[in-house]
Design a protein around this ligand. Structure first.
Ligand code: SF4
Length: 215
């Protein structure tokens, strides 16, 4: 991006953040958790599943498996049954157990606070790592999920489809201190207004800055 267009994009991004902040009262992560490991488990479970469904499953799960060790030693078949309703339960169970074992072997059972360490764990990609960093440790990060991917493209904040490139584009135009908040705003905006099918452009708080708005 040229300097001028970059500064224009930065100014536009700030206007979008300001408008969405006013329009969307709920700006927190929807997943329920009490510690970084629970957030990692909930985020892995949320793949291809709604946060509401994950929040229905995790209270009993967190009561049953209290520590990282409990997940590492869990009977895999039983654990699969415990998370069955979140879908893709075999892969998720395998990843969560492998992640728990790796945490015990390499990080003394604690969730690390660095991106490169997080993404070295089974089942943790950049999106999940950014969710954990931003919401459990207060380290700013933009988690590029399906909503962020769709909405930022419609808003013309990125022209890429690859999540890593999208994150890099957004990192350049969003102030670092607002990365986590920006993710929440865009995700909620994508759920409530800029939906995948039939976006509600006539009610959209950022339609002024959106090149994709429906007339
Ligand atoms: S104007 Fe429409 S397409 Fe653009 S962000 Fe709003 S809802 Fe989405």
């Amino acid at each position: 991006m040229k300097t001028k267009s970059l500064s224009a994009q930065k100014a536009r991004a700030l206007q979008i953040i300001e408008s969405l902040s006013r329009a969307i009262p709920a700006r927190k992560i929807a997943l329920h958790f009490n510690n970084p490991w629970q957030l990692a488990v909930a985020t892995i479970l949320s793949a291809q599943c709604t946060d509401e469904r994950v929040n229905q499953v995790t209270p009993a799960l967190f009561r049953k498996y209290k520590t990282v060790s409990h997940y590492a030693k869990a009977n895999l078949k039983q654990f699969e049954r415990d998370i069955y309703s979140t879908g893709f339960y075999r892969a998720k169970a395998k990843n969560i157990q492998a992640c728990a074992r790796a945490l015990l072997e390499r990080f003394n059972g604690r969730v690390p606070q660095k991106m490169e360490e997080l993404v070295s764990l089974p089942g943790i990609g950049r999106k999940t790592a950014n969710v954990i960093l931003g919401n459990a440790f207060g380290v700013p990060g933009i988690a590029v999920d399906t909503h962020v991917k769709r909405v930022t493209c419609r808003l013309g904040l990125t022209c890429h489809t690859d999540p890593v490139k999208i994150e890099y584009d957004l990192n350049q135009i969003i102030p670092q201190s607002q990365w986590t908040q920006f993710s929440h705003l865009i995700i909620w905006h994508g759920r409530l207004t800029c939906r995948a099918r039939r976006p509600r452009c006539s009610e959209c708080a950022v339609r002024t800055w959106c090149p994709s708005r429906e007339k």
